[in-house]
Design a protein around this ligand. Structure first.
Ligand SMILES: Cc1cc2nc3c(=O)[nH]c(=O)nc-3n(C[C@H](O)[C@H](O)[C@H](O)COP(=O)(O)OP(=O)(O)OC[C@H]3O[C@@H](n4cnc5c(N)ncnc54)[C@H](O)[C@@H]3O)c2cc1C
Length: 413
């Protein structure tokens, strides 16, 4: 049995970065908005947490930048690759025109708590936790709300606009009959934590050697480690106990020493099946997909959260006025995809290009291969690629793209 929950102007399913930003902007604009989130809190480790300068610009427009910069975050002026020979700075964010010439890394739960705390200041904003969208409601061919599951049973919420911000496995997208085009991805990601010592490197870096690619996100007292493995590798590693992973870590990241023993079970290792896909149509009457539900991206260069945030800003700009006037048309909704399609295609194209170079190694546990890795890493020695001029150009270009964004959205409501 379902219970009628009433009517709002906009119902958003999913409170990740896309849903939280959209909910906040619409609430500020005076729109009656409810966000449904299936979990009971935001405390999940295995999420994207790179926030790029254009997203910092959005936080500034929301009046949240000072509070954001007070969070326990890390600022990086460059993306650094640690090879067997030393450190190769791959990007340089020192863009004189950028107000925030750095990338920050913050646990996603802190980011979401900040956004939702701010949104809760508006009486027309409601966040329902442990509320899982299970179906869409429709009326004469148009979607007019959502049915959701709570610990107390099923509820119905009707709205002239329902937004799917429920991530890469979007159930709402499926309910709307929208199917993304899949581009495949040659890799997957294993996520885990290892404690960090004051003597460890100070900054986030990428450890790169064929077959062993680690994103080492510095989170103060611990490293959030992302191990990029060719597809199928995880399943092969899981045949062994977690000691196999410890062996790889001990050789590829020797400074961790006995701390690799903290990984005592595969339960401590999260698995992300990397997907690259996107919808050709992002909307139906009364319904819109944004963020990962419209396009799942690879973790390469940490664009996921930023694309979700900018989709949300574009969506708010497109629908706030029509919602306040009481009617959102398909034309309004189509504007969101028109605005966000190009940056999505370009970002995914670059990611797919980089991913092509993920090297498959026949046996990651081959003792000879592991023994060939250096027993210490030199974090003080800066190295260059064979073509130093081209490297510097590439470094500056990629830095500019990340600091300026491919198409930055600004809040206009
Ligand atoms: C394990 C993992 C690691 C990642 N690593 C990186 C990285 O290194 N770099 C990077 O750029 N990106 C990474 N990402 C991707 C990045 O986190 C996403 O691109 C970004 O968070 C997308 O935001 P979103 O709001 O669209 O979706 P999400 O962040 O996925 O948020 C969706 C929200 O909807 C909720 N939800 C889902 N279904 C329902 C439902 N039916 N009803 C109600 N609520 C629902 C979920 O609980 C979640 O809170 C990673 C993602 C994962 C899962």
């Amino acid at each position: 049995m379902t219970v009628e929950e009433g009517r709002v102007d906009c119902c958003i399913v999913g409170c990740g970065p896309a849903g939280a930003i959209l909910g906040l902007i619409l609430a500020r604009a005076g729109i009656d908005v409810t966000v449904l989130e299936k979990h009971q809190d935001f405390f999940r480790d295995f999420r994207g947490d790179a926030i790029h300068p254009p997203t910092l610009g959005v936080l500034e427009e929301l009046g949240l930048i000072d509070r954001y910069l007070e969070l326990p975050l890390q600022r990086d002026l460059a993306i650094k690759i640690v090879t067997n020979d030393g450190v190769l700075p791959l990007t340089d964010f020192a863009n004189p025109k950028a107000k925030y010439p750095y990338v920050t890394y913050v646990p996603q739960w802190d980011f979401l708590n900040l956004l939702t705390e701010e949104a809760k200041r508006y009486p027309n904003f409601r966040l329902l936790m442990q509320a899982e969208g299970v179906d869409l409601l429709s009326d004469e061919g148009a979607i007019c709300g959502v049915r959701y599951q709570t610990p107390d049973g099923l509820r119905d919420l009707t709205a002239p606009l329902t937004v799917a911000a429920d991530g890469r496995r979007s159930r709402m997208r499926t309910c709307a009959g929208l199917v993304p085009k899949d581009f495949g991805a040659p890799m997957d990601l294993l996520w885990f934590r290892i404690s960090r010592l004051p003597t460890d490197p100070k900054e986030t870096f990428v450890r790169l050697v064929p077959g062993y690619v680690f994103a080492m996100v510095q989170r103060g007292s611990y490293w959030q480690v992302g191990y990029v493995v060719p597809k199928g590798t995880y399943q092969k590693l899981r045949v062994h106990d977690v000691g196999a992973l410890r062996t790889i870590l001990r050789h590829a990241l020797p400074f961790l020493g006995s701390r690799v023993d903290e990984l005592q079970s595969w339960d401590l290792v999260g698995f992300l099946e990397v997907q690259v896909n996107r919808l050709t149509k992002w909307h139906r009457p009364g319904f819109l997909c944004i963020g990962d539900s419209a396009h799942a991206s690879s973790p390469v260069a940490g664009f996921g959260v930023n694309m979700a945030v900018h989709d949300a800003v574009a969506a708010a700009n497109a629908v706030a006025g029509p919602l306040l006037r009481g009617r959102v048309t398909e034309r309004d909704l189509a504007r969101v995809k028109r605005r966000r399609q190009l940056p999505t295609i370009l970002t995914q194209a670059v990611q797919r290009l980089v991913q092509r170079d993920i090297v498959e190694v026949p046996d990651l546990l081959d003792p000879e291969r592991l023994a060939a890795l250096p027993t210490t890493l030199d974090f003080d020695n800066e190295v260059d690629l064979p073509l130093p001029v081209a490297t510097r150009l590439f470094r500056r270009l990629t830095g500019r793209v990340i600091t300026a964004g491919l198409r930055s959205e600004h809040i206009r409501v």
